[in-house]
Design a protein around this ligand. Structure first.
Ligand SMILES: Nc1c(C(=O)O)ncn1[C@@H]1O[C@H](COP(=O)(O)O)[C@@H](O)[C@H]1O
Length: 165
């Protein structure tokens, strides 16, 4: 039996990023999009970073979600080494609340783009939704699942606030 398709790679700089990046994984799960999650650090595992980014396309990935905190060079370095679209998630850091991560990821020089999302959980969820939207351009069944996910979200918003929530 062939392996299930995993069009999305989720990479993060450290195990400590997983509580944030797992929200990307859970969102992809909810949409039925395959992924592989790995720890890859430009700083601590530069050879692993190079091998991953150079091989990502031939591994069959179509989009990379890259999350890191602090001096977050990982998303930009991945983007430098692959032509796949890279979505960057700034992880909330203890020292600077993720503003350091955001600035590190968002200010890429022209020519090597990283699509940068919000700091933390919102960014992780939205990176997954954006990855799914990219894939849905060529996958009508996924487009339908994404539309259903959004309709469900809309339906879950009450018209009025209630006490105790
Ligand atoms: N920003 C990077 C990179 C990188 O960009 O290559 N590698 C690890 N890190 C970040 O260091 C933070 C602290 O990591 P530890 O908790 O392991 O000390 C994490 O948020 C990680 O993303």
């Amino acid at each position: 039996m062939s392996e299930p398709a995993r069009p999305v790679a989720i990479v993060m700089g450290s195990q400590s990023d997983w509580p944030t990046l797992r929200h990307a994984a859970e969102t992809l799960d909810a949409l039925g999009v395959g992924y592989d999650a790995r720890i890859v650090s430009a700083h601590r595992t530069p050879d692993r970073l190079y091998a991953f980014a150079k091989g990502a396309k031939s591994e069959g990935f179509q989009v990379v979600v890259a999350g890191a905190g602090g001096a977050a060079h990982l998303p930009g370095m991945v983007a430098a080494l692959t032509e796949l679209p890279v979505l960057g998630v700034p992880v909330e850091s203890k020292a600077l609340s993720g503003v350091d991560s955001l600035y590190s990821i968002v200010q890429m020089p022209a020519g090597i783009p990283v699509g940068t999302l919000a700091i933390g959980k919102a960014g992780a969820v939205n990176a997954a939704l954006l990855a799914a939207a990219m894939l849905a351009n060529h996958d009508p069944a996924l487009a339908k699942r994404l539309a259903d996910w959004r309709a469900k979200q809309t339906g879950a918003v009450a018209e009025r606030p209630s006490d105790g929530a």
